[in-house]
Structure formats: C-alpha cells, structure tokens
Design a protein around this ligand. Structure first.
Ligand SMILES: [Mn+2]
Length: 386
C-alpha cells in the first residue's frame, strides 16, 4: 500500500505581516494531485495542522476544503494533533468524519487510536498518537506525583507503548509528533527545548514498521523507517533545504520511502537578497531578479542606514519580511576567540571595545574616539565596578 506523509502545515501562519494563504492552498492542491498521481491509499498528516490552537477563519476554511476534496476523491486521511494544535478542536466531529474516511486522533485518554486498513490481502494498522507531554500520560494513567516529576518524554512514551498491543498480522504504522533524539532542528519550529528531556529515544519505536513523524521542519530520517517529512514550504529564511512530502510504500511489513519535492515555482518562496541599496533598486538588477514577487529578507551592504529604505524598496519588492544591514549581522562575537573564554577575561574593557570597533567598522578607533571611550568607561566604570 502507498501513502503520502506530510506534517506541519501550520495553516494560518503569517510571515511578518503577510498571510501565507495562497501558498498553503497551492501546496494542499499539490498534495492532492500527488496522492492521485501515485494512486495513494491514504495521507498521513503528522500534526501541527494549524499554526495556533485557535486558528484564523481562513485557515479553518482552507482545511475544510482540503478534507471535503479528500473525501470526494475517496482518499482516507489519518491525522494527529501537534503541539501547535488544540487537541479538542482537532478532534471536533471526528466520529462523524470517520464515515467519510477522515480519521483524526482524539484527545489523549491513555489509549492510542488504531485504524485497520486492508487492500489486496495486505493489511496495515495505523496508530494515531497525538502530541504528548509527560503530564498527559501521567494524568491519563493516574500516576503518582513523585513519578511525574521525574518523567521524561521518553518515559512517558514508554508508558503509552507498554499499554499498546501491536497486531502481528499486518504492518504497524505510527503517526507521532515528537522530537526524537539525534534529529536536527530548524528555526521556525518554536520548540522550547532544554537538554534532552523533551526528546524521545528512537529505540522506543522499534516495534513499528513505519513511524510518520511531525514536529521538526526539516525532512530527515532518524532511521530507515522513522522519518520526518518536514514542512511543505520554508517558514524561516534559514530553511533553504528542499521541501516536499514522502511517498511511503508498505509491503510485507517493510516501508520504503521516496522524497517527492514540491516543484520549483509552485508557490512564492523565501529568499535572501544581499547588495547595496543602489544595486537592489537599480532597474537592471530588478529586471533580471527572478525573486521580486517572493518573500524577501534583504541584507543591505551599507555602512550607514539608508533613509526610508524599507518604504522605497517595498515599492519594487512588495513582500519584504526583514530588512537588515550586513554589518549588524556580524556575529563575530560568537565566533571570534578573542571574545571568548580566558582570553576575553584578560582584555581591558577599552581593548574589548577597540577590538569590537575594528570588526564592526573595519577601521581603527581614532585617538579622539579612544579618549571619549576612556572618559565613558571612567564615568560608568565606577558604578559597575570595572
Ligand atoms: Mn511544527
């Protein structure tokens, strides 16, 4: 059997002041086309359907259209709630939707919903585990408070799995929205993470034949059969990797996956443009630039701020999300050994400033500036004990 694995739609997400409605709608259309082209037996949607627990009306309408079209096409959808979703709202009307082949995870009550599917003598069981925190497992199983305090994401998931039985007469597929140890994170996920407490150990999932993961926005394989499909579009300028969905083929308890990239040019995308103000505003540049309609992060290579740069550039580039100056983005303090560890402690405040000034402005402090800094340090230094 064949399935399309998608996750993290984040319907209703905005990029700065821009709504991504058109892009998200085109991407959902593409998912439907892809499912039809590959004759898929279902779609896995591994959480973060919406960007917020109370999504805007346009996002709900978009998802409603998607569900209606899926049902009309007879393609089943298996979906779970992610950390951005409200599990109750996602589960709304789910028992009624079953009849239309739309299977949604209920709010977690301790058990994991299982849907059997059969075709040409091949059977699969699809298990829908919504986004889970230790506290959810503890509440569902009535665990004592001391135990909850020491519970990690791994132990919570182990608790859940210990109560599940996996039928052996078919392939077991799990939909799950968690951070799995060893995977790589992206900037747009907005997952607060301290150490590895929030990460689930990949070994826990050994009993499943395929784990369709959501949560991380970069497509990646934790192992052959434990995979993140990533988002369908970048949600941050740092996400330059290819986006798409996974085509998962299940045969004799084994899953084989193919990454299907979103075709270039299907939607507007996120691009960083760098240059001087004069270059970027010039007719030549604009006319040869294929990205004028895309969402832009503009890095101006200028020593001093250009007055009204944003307003003027917006006339030519209507979707500027961020505008910054190259020099402000110098993160040398993080990279430069002069500013770290023991070496930094040896430097006088004046030397640190002088060093900073050189890197920022590519010229030495003048004697006059130096004198001024000294006077400031003398003034402020007393109050902060320098
Ligand atoms: Mn997400």
């Amino acid at each position: 059997m064949k399935f399309i694995h998608i996750s993290d739609l984040h319907l209703g997400r905005r990029l700065g002041e821009f709504r991504l409605q058109e892009e998200q709608s085109a991407l959902l259309d593409w998912v439907l086309r892809t499912a039809t082209e590959h004759d898929a037996d279902g779609i896995f949607l591994a959480g973060d359907i919406f960007d917020r627990s109370v999504p805007p009306v346009e996002a709900v309408t978009l998802f409603d259209t998607f569900l209606t079209r899926l049902a009309a096409m007879g393609i089943p959808l298996f979906a779970i709630s992610g950390n951005h979703d409200s599990p109750e709202r996602i589960a709304y009307g789910s028992s009624l939707m079953d009849g239309a082949g739309i299977y949604v995870s209920p709010c977690f009550d301790g058990s994991v919903r299982r849907i059997p599917l059969e075709k040409d003598g091949e059977r699969v069981y699809i298990h829908l585990l919504p986004f889970l925190k230790p506290i959810h497992a503890a509440a569902a199983y009535g665990l004592p408070e001391e135990e909850v305090r020491n519970m990690t994401c791994s132990s919570a998931i182990a608790e859940v799995f210990s109560r599940m039985t996996l039928p052996r007469d078919g392939a077991n597929i799990l939909l799950c929205h968690q951070f799995i140890t060893g995977s790589t994170r992206s900037a747009s996920e907005e997952i607060p993470l301290v150490g590895t407490l929030d990460a689930a150990d990949a070994g826990l999932f050994a009993g499943f034949d395929y784990v369709a993961l959501g949560h991380l926005h970069r497509a990646q394989a934790v192992s052959e059969k434990i995979r993140y499909c990533g988002t369908l579009m970048p949600y941050d300028f740092s996400e330059t990797e290819e986006k798409g969905c996974l085509l998962v083929e299940i045969r004799d308890h084994a899953a084989s996956c193919t990454f299907l990239p979103v075709p270039a040019g299907l939607t507007r995308t996120l691009i960083t443009l760098s240059g001087t103000y004069d270059t970027l505003i010039s007719r030549d540049y604009r006319e040869s630039c294929p990205y004028t309609e895309d969402y832009l992060k503009i890095q101006l290579e200028e020593d001093t701020p250009v007055p009204d740069a944003m307003a003027k550039l917006s006339v030519v580039y209507p979707r500027i999300v961020q505008l910054s100056y190259r020099r402000q983005e110098n993160n040398f303090m993080e990279e430069d050994d002069d500013f770290r560890g023991e070496a930094a402690k040896q430097l006088s405040p004046e030397a640190v400033f002088a060093s900073f000034y050189v890197r920022q402005n590519e010229t030495e402090l003048s004697e006059e500036d130096r004198e001024y800094i000294r006077s400031l340090l003398a003034e402020g230094g007393e109050s902060c004990g320098l």
